[in-house]
Structure formats: structure tokens, C-alpha cells
Design a binder for this molecule. Structure first.
Ligand SMILES: Nc1ncnc2c1ncn2[C@@H]1O[C@H](COP(=O)(O)OP(=O)(O)OP(=O)(O)O)[C@@H](O)[C@H]1O
Ligand SMILES: [Mg+2]
Length: 276
């Protein structure tokens, strides 16, 4: 079931800023384990695509392949016109891709504002020397980054918490800070690895609303890994299903919900979410 974009999909949410991601026949091996086996799928500009599958299916490995963190044995990974496999790891953010990891990647002893402005360092174009000399360009970059961080904080409803230390905040709010932090680098594609894991039920709806509005509010595409099927089904334009490193199904949430192979491989047996 190879992925390909129809013209309608390409134009569903046209955006000059977001760009297409494409994995083609990607294989990743760790010793004797084939974590991804000839996997092909894509994310069209402005699309929200979910990657689902049981534990060990290869979902995080797919993220790592996109970010230059997995040993890709064969295949291609492209983002717009960029060959991601040829990019140095630290250039992934500059290419327009941001990511959150499983669990939390915040600095607990820093404030919300400090966590958000940390993203500035991956954006900056000035050299360390220019920073030491405090050149006007550096000042302009700092001002733009601070403005962007404040704007993201407002969009995420975090502005009132700007000066609060992150460790004092509930887990759900810390996760919001984690996602907001990724947004400061102005990504055209955001990779979210299990953002709902560990969240209390009352925070799930809010997170679903946030994720489903990201592509239009921030003009970008989203690739989501998530085990909470209620969230996957409500936010996704398309769903890609991995099982033992292979792509076994791809389609709209309605198609995936009724796919016998998916039910057998995933939803039927490893149902972690009673709302599936
Ligand atoms: N760095 C690594 N070294 C060795 N094996 C690895 C490594 N990363 C992943 N694997 C293996 O690759 C397979 C896919 O793992 P991956 O973490 O991508 O699964 P996943 O779908 O993200 O699972 P989960 O839902 O539990 O997060 C697993 O068998 C895993 O043990
Ligand atoms: Mg994972």
C-alpha cells in the first residue's frame, strides 16, 4: 500500500510555508532487528498524519530516520527539495523540522519564558563571534526570537505563566511548554512523539484541540505518533499503520478504523485506549 499524494491532497490546505515530507523505501536495521522495512509514506503540505502501531512497530525509528538519528540502510527521506539523509543533524531544524520526544524535554528549573527562548539558539544565524561582539544583527535576531516566543506563548495560552518555573506546573502544562518550545523555531513540519502519554483524561481533549489546529494556526504539517486512538481519529487527515517495521495500512481515520489487518495487528490486541 504505497503512499502517494493525489493533487486533491496536495491542495487540501495550501500553504506557502509548509512542505511535503516523503519517506521512500526506508529500511533501518539495528543488528538483527529490522526496525523499518521498506517503508514508504508521506505528509503533504498542511496535512496532519498519524503514525500508529504496537510497541516496537518502528514509529520512533521513523522519526529518527527523518531527523538523522537512525542508521538508514537504504531508501530516501526528502522534505520539500531537501535530501534529509544528506543533511547534518543540526541542520534539520534549519530545514524547517521540529520535534518533541516521548516524555518531557523541558528544563524544569527554568521559567516558561526561558524554555521558549531556548529555541532561539537553533534558529540563530549569527556566529559565536558576532554574539560576543553584540553586533546589531545579533540584537535583531534576539528581538525577533523573543517576539516569536511571546507570540507562541500567547497562542498556547501560556503567556500568563511566562515567569513561572516549569517544575511548579502540572504535567499537562509542562507538555504544552514542550510543544510550544518546538514551535519557536518556526517549523514547517512538526513531529510529535506520543504527546498524550501520561496526560490525565481531562487534558486529552485540550491537547487534541491544540494539535488539530496547529497546521492552520501555524501554517505547517504535523506527523503525530500516538497510542490514544480517540485523539488519532479526531485530529488526523490520514493515518499510517506500522507493524513489525512494515507499513500495513494507510488511509483516512474511517478507513483505518475498519481495516481488518489493523484491527488484527493493533486495535484488537494492543488496545491501550478504551476510547479506541
Ligand atoms: N537504538 C536502538 N538500538 C537497538 N534497537 C533499537 C533502537 N531503537 C529502536 N530499536 C528497536 O527497533 C524496533 C522499533 O523501535 P521503535 O522505538 O521505533 O518502536 P516504537 O513503534 O516507537 O514503539 P513504542 O510505541 O514502544 O514507542 C524495536 O524492536 C526496538 O527495540
Ligand atoms: Mg516510540
Amino acid at each position: 500500500m504505497a503512499a502517494s499524494f493525489t493533487p486533491a491532497e496536495q491542495q487540501r490546505r495550501p500553504s506557502s510555508l509548509s512542505a511535503a515530507l516523503r519517506l521512500e523505501s526506508v529500511t533501518v536495521r539495528f543488528g538483527g532487528v529490522t526496525a523499518l522495512d521498506d517503508v514508504t509514506f508521506g505528509v503533504a503540505p498542511g496535512e496532519i498524519v498519524s503514525l500508529i502501531g504496537p510497541n516496537g512497530a518502528g514509529k520512533s525509528t521513523a522519526f529518527n530516520a527523518i531527523c538523522g538519528l537512525a542508521p538508514v540502510a537504504s531508501g530516501r527521506v526528502r522534505f520539500a527539495d531537501t535530501d534529509l539523509l544528506a543533511l547534518r543533524r543540526h541542520k534539520i531544524v534549519t530545514a524547517g523540522i521540529a520535534r518533541t520526544y516521548q516524555g518531557l524535554q523541558v528544563f524544569p528549573s527554568l521559567t516558561v519564558g526561558q524554555n521558549l527562548t531556548v529555541g532561539y539558539h537553533s534558529l540563530r544565524r549569527s556566529t559565536a563571534l558576532a554574539h560576543a561582539a553584540r553586533l546589531p544583527r545579533v540584537r535583531r535576531e534576539r528581538a525577533a526570537a523573543s517576539e516569536r516566543a511571546h507570540w507562541v506563548a500567547r497562542e498556547f495560552g501560556l503567556d500568563a505563566l511566562w515567569d513561572r518555573e516549569v517544575s511548579e506546573l502540572p504535567y499537562g502544562t509542562q507538555k504544552k511548554v514542550d510543544i510550544a518550545r518546538a514551535m519557536v523555531s518556526e517549523p514547517r513540519l512538526l513531529l510529535l512523539d506520543e504527546p498524550a502519554a501520561g496526560l490525565p483524561q481531562r487534558d486529552l481533549d485540550e491537547l487534541s484541540g491544540l494539535v488539530s489546529s496547529l497546521n492552520t494556526r501555524f501554517t505547517m504539517s504535523v506527523l503525530l505518533v500516538e497510542h490514544h486512538m480517540s485523539m488519532v481519529m479526531s485530529v488526523s487527515d490520514r493515518v499510517v499503520v506500522l507493524h513489525h517495521g512494515r507499513l500495513i495500512a494507510e488511509g483516512t481515520p474511517a478507513e483505518i478504523r475498519n481495516d481488518p489487518q489493523v484491527l488484527e495487528a493493533y486495535l484488537g490486541r494492543d488496545r491501550r485506549d478504551s476510547h479506541a
